[in-house]
Structure formats: structure tokens, C-alpha cells
Design a protein around this ligand. Structure first.
Ligand code: SAM
Length: 259
């Protein structure tokens, strides 16, 4: 069994090709669902930063395929169509895109909002983390407009220096927040997923699209959270023990590792 970095990248790429997924990230959502039963009772979902559409395919099969299911997928990039999916091409940090998404859920809110958004990585960790958290906060802001009480929000996070601030912000809106690392996500990547269940905004909270969630003039000392303001969330790995490890190399004749 080889262990070159090329091999490490290959296993879920190869499996996604064999299984018809547009992106190997489909396995991340499937493994998150194995652990957290994300799709249970879900009929309406939003997929933010969706292209090329691996997660949307999963959502389309699990929800859209049920006829009355409704999936809205959004990305800067255009995406090939998928059955039962409404697509919006736009920037989730822009008011116009957020408004277009929210319109689809005015009559009937969503059960699930997912966001696998990633900025173009610069290699400057602080900048990348900041850009990533901007995407996450834009996604959270949209979620506060479309999620029904008790709904679920799943978003990619970078486990960087200030991640506790992100957890604290998420805990304001959800009764349960934890950090999950699917086996299909490489250990060498700081990527993980915040799994937030039980949407329960603070009493009196009024969602406001025009109000950015991150105040740019905030005091950097605010990051030094202490006492009750410091939230430490559980860290969970997911994907069954026998699932392929994204950091290992495997022979070419693989079996489906999605189970
Ligand atoms: N979950 C997707 C899948 O399974 O195919 C993969 C998502 S990919 C890792 C990250 C995506 O985030 C890219 O397609 C990129 O265009 C999108 N993205 C980055 N910034 C965005 C923004 N501000 N608004 C919308 N999409 C954005």
C-alpha cells in the first residue's frame, strides 16, 4: 500500500468518478449524514457554494428525488442542472444573492442549510481563515432568514486560531454545535465541518440581511474569549472505521467506500 501524497489525494477522487459524483466532496456530506442523520425528515434544503455540485447531487437524491422535495443550490460558478434543484448563480456575500435565496423560502422555510464554501486559498493562513469565516458568516446570515426553528446548518470551517469565536457565534443560534471531520477529508487539511442542530435564535432576534454579522470595527481582544463566553464544542470524526482513509493510498481495484 503506497503512501505518496498523490495516492492520498486519489482514493475519494477515484471513488467519486466510479460512483458518478461530480466531486469527491460528496463523500464528506454522506459521511456527515451517516454520523448525524442530517437528511432525516428534510424536505427543503439550501446548498451554498455548491459547484460543481457533489453535495447538490447528494441532496437531490436524498430530498429532491422525493417529488415534493425542494433544493436551492447557489454558487459563483455556473453548474450543470440537476433534477429537482433550483440553481442561482451569485455571490453569497452579496445582498442581491441573499435576497434571491430568501425569496424561495418565504412561504415555507428550509429544514437544512449546508455550505461547503471555500475561498481561493492564498497560502497566507490568517487571510484564508478570515475569508473562510466571512463565507461562513454570510451563510449563517442567510440561514437565519430561511431556516425553520429546530433546523440544521452544516458549514465548512477552517480550524484556525480564532475558531472558538466562530463556535461562540454559532452557539448563539443553535442548541447544539460540534465540529466534525469526515474520513474523506484529509487530515493534513485544517478543514472541518461545523454541524449545528436545533435552530433557536435568541428571543427578540430579527434577521436583517443588511446587517453584517461580523462587525469590522470589533475589538481584537474580543477574540480572547474566556469564562462563559468561551465555547468549546465536541470534535467528532465520522465515516465508519472501515471507510477509506483519505490520507492513505489504495490499490486501483477499489470497492465502493461510501458505506
Ligand atoms: N460542495 C461542492 C461540491 O460538492 O461540489 C464543492 C464546493 S467547492 C469546495 C467551494 C465552492 O465555493 C466553489 O465552487 C466556489 O465557487 C464557491 N464559492 C466561493 N466563494 C463564494 C461566494 N462568495 N459565493 C458563492 N460561492 C462561492
Amino acid at each position: 500500500m503506497g503512501r505518496t501524497s498523490e495516492d492520498k489525494q486519489d482514493v475519494y477522487h477515484r471513488l467519486s468518478k466510479e460512483n458518478g459524483w461530480r466531486a469527491h466532496s460528496a463523500f464528506k456530506l454522506l459521511q456527515l449524514d451517516e454520523e448525524f442523520h442530517l437528511f432525516q425528515g428534510v424536505m427543503r434544503a439550501v446548498d451554498l457554494c455548491a459547484a460543481p455540485g457533489g453535495w447538490t447531487q447528494v441532496l437531490s437524491q436524498k430530498i429532491g428525488g422525493q417529488g415534493s422535495g425542494h433544493v436551492v443550490a447557489v454558487d459563483l460558478q455556473a453548474m450543470a442542472p440537476l433534477p429537482g434543484v433550483v440553481q442561482i448563480q451569485g455571490d453569497i456575500t452579496q445582498l442581491s444573492t441573499a435576497k434571491e435565496i430568501v425569496q424561495h423560502f418565504e412561504d415555507c422555510p428550509a429544514d437544512l442549510v449546508v455550505c461547503d464554501g471555500a475561498p481561493d486559498v492564498t497560502g497566507l493562513h490568517d487571510v484564508d481563515e478570515y475569508m473562510q469565516s466571512q463565507l461562513l458568516l454570510a451563510a449563517l446570515n442567510i440561514a437565519t432568514h430561511v431556516l425553520k426553528p429546530g433546523g440544521c446548518f452544516v458549514a465548512k470551517i477552517f480550524r484556525g486560531r480564532d475558531v472558538t469565536l466562530v463556535y461562540s457565534q454559532l452557539r448563539v443560534f443553535f442548541s447544539s454545535v460540534l465540529c466534525a471531520k469526515p474520513r474523506s477529508s484529509r487530515n493534513t487539511s485544517i478543514e472541518a465541518f461545523a454541524v449545528c442542530k436545533g435552530y433557536d435564535p435568541p428571543e427578540g432576534f430579527l434577521p436583517d440581511l443588511s446587517k453584517p454579522l461580523l462587525d469590522h470595527s470589533y475589538d481584537p481582544d474580543f477574540n480572547q474569549l474566556d469564562g462563559p463566553t468561551r465555547v468549546i464544542v465536541p470534535f467528532v470524526t465520522c465515516g465508519v472505521q472501515s471507510a477509506y482513509d483519505s490520507d492513505c493510498g489504495y490499490p486501483q481495484d477499489l470497492e465502493d467506500g461510501s458505506e
